[in-house]
Design a protein around this ligand. Sequence first.
Ligand code: BDP
Length: 719
Amino acid sequence: MTTRLNAWILLAVLAMAVWLTPPSARAEDGYDLWLRYRPLAEPAARAATPLAARIVVEGDGETLRLARAELSRGIAGLLERTPELSSDLADGALVLGPASAPRIAALDLPVADLGPEGYLIRSARIDGRAVTVITANSEVGVLYGSFEWLRRLQLGEPLTELDVRAAPKVKLRVLNHWDNLDRTVERGYSGQSIWDWHTLPGYTQTRYVDYARANASLGINGTVLNNVNTNALSLTAPYIEKAAALADVFRPYGIKVYLSARFSAPIEIGGLPTADPLDPAVAAWWKAKTDEIYAAIPDFGGFLVKANSEGQPGPQDYDRTHADGANMLADAVAPHGGVVMWRAFVYSAEDTTDRAKQAYAEFVPLDGRFRDNVIVQVKNGAIDFQPREPFHPLFGAMPETPLMMEFQITKEYLGFATHLAYLGTMYEETLQSDTHRPTAGTSVARIVDGTAENHTLTGMAGVANIGTDRNWSGSHFDQANWYVLGRMAWDPDTRAEPVARDWARRTFTPDPRFVEPVVAMMMGSREAVVDYMTPLGLHHQMATGHHYGPGPWVADLDRPEWNPAYYNKADAAGIGFDRTASGSDAIAQYAPAVAARYGDLETVDERDLLWFHHVGWDHRMASGRPLWDELVLTYDRGVAKVGDMRRSWATLVPYVDSRRFDEVSQFLAIQEQEAKWWRDASVAYFRTFADRPLPAGAAEPEHDLDYYKALSFPFAPGN
Ligand code: BDP
């Protein structure tokens, strides 16, 4: 008895000690993401919210119940009090419900143009009580509105006299998981796949629920569970059942499940001799398979397909087109309201001209030949998720076909999870690029949101960076990339900077002494990576296979375009890939005004110079320096920026809990070393062609070229 009492006293003392420890010293592991409902520090923020002592739910749907639970959880955490649940109105109550609920309908709120997923948060009076109404045309809209209300509470924003309305501008806002059935993740740097296929469908862990909460808080409404390089077994009955269990968890959060479909599945699991899309038996097999999926998952979203790319099977194996393949699948899902997301990332075995031209060449002739429920998924640039790419020339070039954006959230080519690179600036750069199609001022965002070409089927996908790591994304700052993808999918005109600020405030602290330096770090971080990896328009300089570290010298792989040397084209005369009329003429795939700008050495932005031009080592840059000097100094600038980030972070120790502070510090130290490695290895290689001294002040590479060439990393992750 006494021992037990002592134990209790000890526990109480420990709890007190934890309570009294300043927040900066308390360890956090990042699991809460931006839904971090810690007590609000500012007394002012609390005083400003005598609201929400009561939650009134108008309706009894499951999603409403989840919205209420989220609000209760958030209020309990942030305001340290438990709101009461009641059907009686009271001053300050939060009233949740669809606009059709009688007491909300009586307010006659303007909800018609909110669409199926938008929401309205309105300070109103019902029966003489001053309340806050969170309403929408659907329960999911109410859930989205609840998350928005909580965000405002979390950030100490005013919660009175509210009149907030928002609706997504893009219809399909999806994550693409490149997750395999054995739980490895292609290009994943955050542990194993979060889908534990082995224990599904019987066991659905709470992590699936938290995954759904995080996504719903951003408005993400779809998830493709399996890798685009897929295994036909994903479409067999046991795996359909497992996917259905996940769909059941996600459904009330407004998230649909999709599957990557292997084009040759009719052969591999169907026993057919062919997967020819025009063969009636093949079409019938897909129809039956699709019906089987819908029987298990009535709101199944549809299929994502990578076909005839990097060795994947596809319709071209039968001399059919991408449209033939996509339409056959589209016909199977159409009766159920499903869609087909057909990827334009086609990287075939035959093309030897310029890989950058391939997607445009194959897809533009098919414009207008796809079914209404097909959307073509296009990567942001024409090569492959590089640290910087000019926007993909397909945007604006297929006006009769809906095109969706595919960004990579996982940082395959940007230093994996250890390098801090906020991708909001990269996404914004692409989305705000002017396609000049059909006219000047038509940004990629206008193509993606459908307004430029009058499409209602619209979408944005992000290749997920989520895994079993406790912090989900492999690093704390990589959570911001998931966050900004969600925000930009909701509204492609969203700007990177306010999102970075919002994220940093929610994830760490709203203290401006923390937020301002961190936002500055984030906003400059991706440019730093560009500078130390692939400055001035260089691209695809990463080592072979795993893409970890520099490999600009690699030139011996079977196909020319597998080699980094193919992309840098360094020689005694200069460096860069000539994509003008004198070279591959890839620039001709852009609208004439864009092609003219990129094609002219006078007008091309120096950041894209070597993407489009092969330029002499002495080419005079805007700075007045010769290209060689500029190149070396740009690498140096990238390394220096990482040093700045590291020093900046070091000053922030008072504002961050110890665990997250240390984890970020260690990663920044790795990043600084690796940035220097990139710079030194690249300079050591390119100087063999430039044959010029390093510019004044530039340091000699730490090692000779052979040293860098000899480094090997057989177990680098994600491969
Ligand atoms: C490349 C990745 C590869 C993917 C491919 C794709 O290296 O792992 O399968 O993209 O998008 O960047 O299909």
